[in-house]
Design a protein around this ligand. Structure first.
Ligand code: GLN
Length: 315
């Protein structure tokens, strides 16, 4: 699929790019620090299989927290809402994505939602398979179907970098294990979680996955119902309430679409007009969201009236 370069979008990218200097590339996962500070690119994938792009869109990047919404979709389909929500809650935290404070103060041991690290670790521990290899292949197979791209795999370098530096995530697993919420083997789940976060793709792949969500789980190219309708709805709702970490409220006001970000600088957005948006801009703001990526979405939302909360969209 060849994406058309779109001049108007390019102008928005140039405008948003001015923000990159105010941000900082994540370095708590050492391998992520190797990304260039000032890059920004976007791809839009529409249900009619048309595609627009701007910026350096050929680059690939790791999903990091964007993967949380994909693993959630998979386990919700496998286990159903009741089981999944008995292990993880449905409320935003107002705290940073890697905070563990509410694990102790609210419903001890049960994470508040699946978009924070504690919740995502529980979700990953539920992924089905007879062996660690099986579980990884099962997740990868699902993500390849979402993007309709069999080439997608994880970046070993980034996965190993996070695996060897992820002590807070390990601590949260053990904490939740004490309360019987987390049942897996901590090292095995950490291995799968870090590989999951290191799954690598282009902004085109990401936009296409966004489009699957925009179409309530149906794939624009294959026509396959890859995600059950009800599960797609739940995932989109989590993206609105918790997808941009503890900036989700402000983002809902400024942009108003379901979106999920990752500390690599990726953002997946879902437009009400049947298209998905894939963004990559590694410089992050203080909450861990792509600083220029958020600015770009603000510009696009205003220009194209993308907010789900506009009356015209409801009528
Ligand atoms: N792999 C990252 C972590 O667990 C994902 C966090 C993120 O993208 N916010 O810290």
């Amino acid at each position: 699929m060849v994406c058309r370069h779109y001049q108007e979008l390019d102008a928005f990218v140039q405008e948003a790019k001015k923000k990159t200097g105010e941000g900082k590339v994540a370095d708590y996962i050492p391998a992520l620090a190797e990304s260039g500070q000032d890059s920004l690119s976007v791809t839009i994938y529409h249900a009619e299989n048309t595609c627009l792009t701007a910026g350096d869109a050929d680059r690939t990047f790791t999903l990091q927290s964007i993967s949380k919404v994909l693993s959630l979709a998979l386990v919700l389909m496998d286990y159903g809402k009741e089981k999944v929500f008995s292990c993880v809650g449905q409320e935003p935290t107002g705290d940073p994505f890697n905070s563990m404070i509410k694990l102790e103060t609210v419903n001890p041991g049960k994470p508040l939602n699946p978009m924070i690290n504690a919740g995502a670790l529980v979700v990953t521990s539920l992924i089905k398979g007879h062996s660690p290899k099986d579980r990884l292949n099962y997740l990868l197979g699902f993500i390849r179907r979402l993007a309709n791209n069999q080439e997608i795999t994880y970046c070993r370098h980034v996965a190993e970098s996070e695996f060897s530096s992820s002590m807070i995530n390990r601590a949260m697993c053990y904490y939740m294990k004490q309360y019987g919420i987390f049942k897996g083997d901590v090292e095995e789940v950490m291995d799968l979680y870090t590989k999951q976060c290191a799954i690598k793709m282009s902004s085109l792949d990401l936009a296409k996955i966004g489009c699957v969500f925009a179409l309530d789980g149906k794939h624009p190219e294959t026509g396959e119902q890859v995600i059950k309708k009800d599960v797609a709805r739940i995932c989109k709702t989590f993206m609105v309430t918790c997808g941009m970490y503890n900036a989700s409220g402000e983002f809902a006001i400024k942009v108003g679409i379901p979106a999920k970000s990752g500390v690599s600088g990726g953002i997946m957005g879902i437009s009400p007009y049947n298209f998905g948006i894939g963004i990559f801009g590694p410089a992050l703001d203080e909450k861990g969201n792509s600083i220029a990526g958020v600015k770009l979405l603000e510009i696009m939302s205003e220009k194209y009236r993308l907010s789900y909360f506009l009356k015209h969209f409801l009528s």
